[in-house]
Ligand binder design. Structure first.
Ligand code: ADP
Length: 288
């Protein structure tokens, strides 16, 4: 059975945010939030203005990865986001206690996400990264249809199970006509021993072969790095001590460059397809 879905991104109003990107995975635990946070920091390091929206209502982790220098505030119905490392951030984590479970029914989760989309004052941004909840449910669909997404960065680990699930998530974006910017493979390899020999504890090449098979760009590999995990747990930026976190820093910088390149290509392609539409319309009108 095939479902026809409407993408309400079409006909979107002018927005002060140039590129809104989903960072999505098929399953939890593959490092999607870690990738969101560090990709945001890497884009910021390249000189872009970046914001982060954490839409994982049931298990928000962005606040831990990007601890705030300033808490969010409210002005009338408008939410002013928190600030972390100079970036605006919004997350459900600001609206409940750390140890409090989010027992929230799907319609409420949906309306929270809608508020994040409609009521947050982000200011001018080059990139807004949306940390998507894992899976392909209601909230994911709302975001895909309403968040004016330019594209989706998919995160997987090398294992078959993760690759299989990320494929399903890619299918969701395909159904609502949102281009996949590319695939990032996290926890790809481990630098082992004094020579830094690469070993592949979870297998090799799963993300890359999925990219090839699906005809989407492969954006790069991130090593399995104990320091990255430590920095995440402490809410520290790996870019504060680039020498101490060389493997991960280089990986994220390179992936950020690839994201910029491929998002720009999506922009060019969509302008070209608008041009094609225009041409067809003119031809039709002269034959009438
Ligand atoms: P997800 O958002 O997909 O559920 P997280 O980003 O919360 O996953 O990551 C899950 C755990 O794995 C966290 O403890 C995180 O620090 C760790 N982790 C993620 N990526 C890496 C990596 N490349 N190397 C080491 N640990 C990682």
């Amino acid at each position: 059975m095939s479902l026809k879905m409407i993408n309400q991104n079409e006909g979107k109003p002018h927005s002060p945010i140039k590129n809104i990107l989903a960072v999505a995975a098929g399953k939890g635990g593959v490092g999607k939030s870690t990738v969101t946070a560090n990709l945001a920091l890497a884009l910021q390091k390249l000189g872009y203005r970046v914001g982060v929206m954490d839409t994982d209502i049931y298990g928000p982790s962005i606040r831990k990865l990007l601890p705030e220098d300033r808490l969010p505030t409210q002005r009338g119905k408008t939410l002013l986001p928190a600030l972390s490392f100079g970036m605006p951030v919004i997350s459900m984590a600001y609206f409940r206690r750390d140890d409090e479970a989010s027992a929230v029914r799907a319609p409420i989760a949906n309306s929270i996400v809608e508020q994040f989309i409609n009521s947050v004052e982000w200011g001018d941004l080059d990139y807004l990264l949306i940390d998507f909840p894992p899976g392909t449910g209601d909230v994911q669909l709302t975001l895909s249809q309403r968040a004016h997404l330019k594209g989706a960065v998919m995160v997987t680990t090398p294992q078959d199970l993760a690759v299989m699930d990320v494929k399903k998530a890619m299918h969701l974006f395909e159904q609502v006509n949102i281009p996949v910017v590319g695939i990032v493979e996290n926890m790809s390899y481990l630098n082992y021993g004094p020579t830094g020999e690469r070993i592949y504890p979870f297998g090799q090449g799963g993300g890359e072969s999925l990219a090839r098979e699906s005809g989407v760009p492969f954006l790069g590999n991130i090593p399995l790095d104990a320091n990255l995990c430590l920095c995440s747990d402490r809410g520290e930026s790996i870019f504060k001590d680039p020498e101490g976190n060389l493997g991960s820093v280089e990986a994220f910088e390179s992936i950020a460059g690839q994201v910029v390149r491929h998002v720009n290509l999506i922009g060019i392609e969509s302008e070209q397809s608008l041009g094609q539409f225009d041409l067809e319309w003119k031809e039709m009108s002269t034959t009438c």
